[in-house]
Design a protein around this ligand. Sequence first.
Ligand SMILES: C[S@@+](CC[C@H](N)C(=O)[O-])C[C@H]1O[C@@H](n2cnc3c(N)ncnc32)[C@H](O)[C@@H]1O
Length: 230
Amino acid sequence: MDSITKFNGIDYANTFAKRISVMHELVKNVMSGQLNKGDNVIDIGGGPGIGAKMIDELGIEATVINIEPSTTIYDVPKLSLVKYIPLKMTFKEALDAQMPCTADCLLMVSSEHEIALCNGSTPKENKKIFLEDLNNFIHKNLKRNGILVFGFPNFRKGASKTEIARQRRLTESLLGHSHPKEEYFTVEEFSDAFGAKPAVFIQKPMDITNENTEDTILIANAAVFKIENL
Ligand SMILES: C[S@@+](CC[C@H](N)C(=O)[O-])C[C@H]1O[C@@H](n2cnc3c(N)ncnc32)[C@H](O)[C@@H]1O
């Protein structure tokens, strides 16, 4: 199962997205203080326009480009304010493509670890290549005073092997796949890659059962990096 085809053909907005709604609330929270009317946003790995939908729900009149290689891109969200430009391509393909406009904001939500996996090497090497590609993409497509918004999952610091194994079994049963700890990003890895601390960083436990009965070790993280600090 590869990172792209595993999302093909699923009703993402009504299944997966509902399970990770804590992540989306967290990302909306940080975006609400950062985005302005007229901004151009590039959402990388946005599935069925999840970034566009979140920005529309925030009531921000923006243009959102979605770079998404899976068939979920054919599910176009209902939007009232956002101008939506879906582009069916991988992040690698986007590196060589001409984007319709330069961005005020690059957005990635729960796609970082999936995109890194496409490099087909060890988790450490995959992340290194991904972060190099991301730096190239930033220099080509982000405005000088632009921002980066990341929403990313990982396991609670200090979680034991047993707790991680239990969480992974639950995640697999509800979402169809799971990731080992090494594949998930940490805020420190982003900080090291950009040589800067995030301007905003918030975290929240993410109970994918939506019942709040599970003592989850899965954490939703949202971070904003300001490009002038890079
Ligand atoms: C967990 S989903 C996240 C979707 C959405 N961003 C959200 O917040 O719900 C991961 C997404 O990354 C996409 N993806 C995987 N490999 C990719 C790649 N190489 N380039 C761009 N997107 C990729 C998948 O197709 C999928 O839509």
